[in-house]
Design a protein around this ligand. Structure first.
Ligand SMILES: NC(=O)c1ccc[n+]([C@@H]2O[C@H](COP(=O)([O-])OP(=O)(O)OC[C@H]3O[C@@H](n4cnc5c(N)ncnc54)[C@H](OP(=O)(O)O)[C@@H]3O)[C@@H](O)[C@H]2O)c1
Length: 254
């Protein structure tokens, strides 16, 4: 009786700790795509790498005796949530998705919402600007088509040659980020425009507050579509859901 947690997010890391504290007898495993070379340490066992599409995930569910799947992937993971939906439906395995709320603009915000990264690169315009890119290193190649800008890139891993333009400064850092530090950074680096994915959550919202304080424009990349599956917005709701599935007896001391 093993629960599969599809991870790669702060929610998956928090769920790892939550289950260790609240339900140490539940057997769970965290699955990571393997994109991050140095992922956060976990309490639960970890498996790494793709499953091999829907068919591979179906095989995995059967072979590993998976009784429930928690999709705690990132709001911008566009494929895995659909694979989970199809595989779980096919194998009759209950699936719950954790979806954090998206960020909403507030008074004073100067956001321009765009549907995808390519559109974000386009709306930066022809005039050279100091652009703070906080989109994740895998999305950087889209900005190679706008080499006139001077980029400040923040990424967890080294970016390699993903942004082959004349002016790039890189900060290698993992959140959470403090609002005042974000404001200092933007001032110091002369940032004129911020590019962000609408990831939601508290860990990286500081840059948006700082941009509001500095009255800087923000290009906000909105989320890709997600499958219509049972969803919660907080990890606290996962354990009651597992209990409600009849898989585990009670919430404490299962
Ligand atoms: N996209 C982002 O902005 C972002 C940001 C932070 C963290 N992450 C995390 O990074 C991972 C990859 O993101 P992505 O945008 O490439 O996702 P994706 O487009 O939905 O997935 C691409 C492929 O990566 C594999 N994969 C994704 N998540 C996996 C997981 N948790 N365990 C095992 N295999 C997984 C699957 O390969 P197979 O088809 O072979 O199974 C999937 O088809 C996700 O776990 C996500 O939570 C993504």
């Amino acid at each position: 009786m093993t629960v599969l947690i599809l991870g790669g997010t702060t929610e998956a890391a928090a769920l790892d700790q939550h289950l260790a504290d609240q339900a140490p007898d539940i057997r769970a495993i965290i699955s990571l795509a393997g994109h991050t070379v140095d992922p956060r340490p976990t309490n639960l066992p970890v498996r790494t790498g793709g499953f091999g599409g829907v068919e591979g995930l179906r095989r995995y569910l059967v072979e590993e005796g998976i009784v429930a799947v928690v999709d705690a992937t990132h709001p911008f993971a566009a494929i895995m949530p659909f694979n989970a939906e199809h595989a779980c439906k096919a194998e009759g395995v209950p699936l719950l998705a954790i979806r954090r709320e998206s960020w909403k603009p507030r008074a004073g915000d100067r956001w321009k919402s765009v549907p995808d990264i390519e559109a974000a690169a386009q709306v930066l315009g022809d005039e050279p600007r100091r652009v703070f890119l906080t989109v994740g290193r895998l999305e950087l190649p889209a900005f190679a088509n706008a080499p006139q800008h001077r980029y400040l890139v923040r990424a967890i891993e080294p970016i390699g040659d993903r942004l082959p333009v004349p002016h790039v400064d890189v900060i290698q850092q993992r959140g959470p980020f403090d609002v005042d530090d974000e404001e200092d950074l933007m001032r110091r680096e002369g940032v004129e425009i911020l590019v962000s994915k609408n990831s939601g959550g508290p860990a990286t919202v500081g840059k948006l507050v700082a941009a509001r304080r500095l009255s800087l424009p923000v290009v906000m990349v909105e989320r890709p579509p997600k499958p219509d599956v049972e969803t919660v917005d907080h990890i606290d709701q996962v354990l009651p859901w597992l209990v409600a599935q009849g898989l585990f007896a009670t919430e404490r001391g299962v």
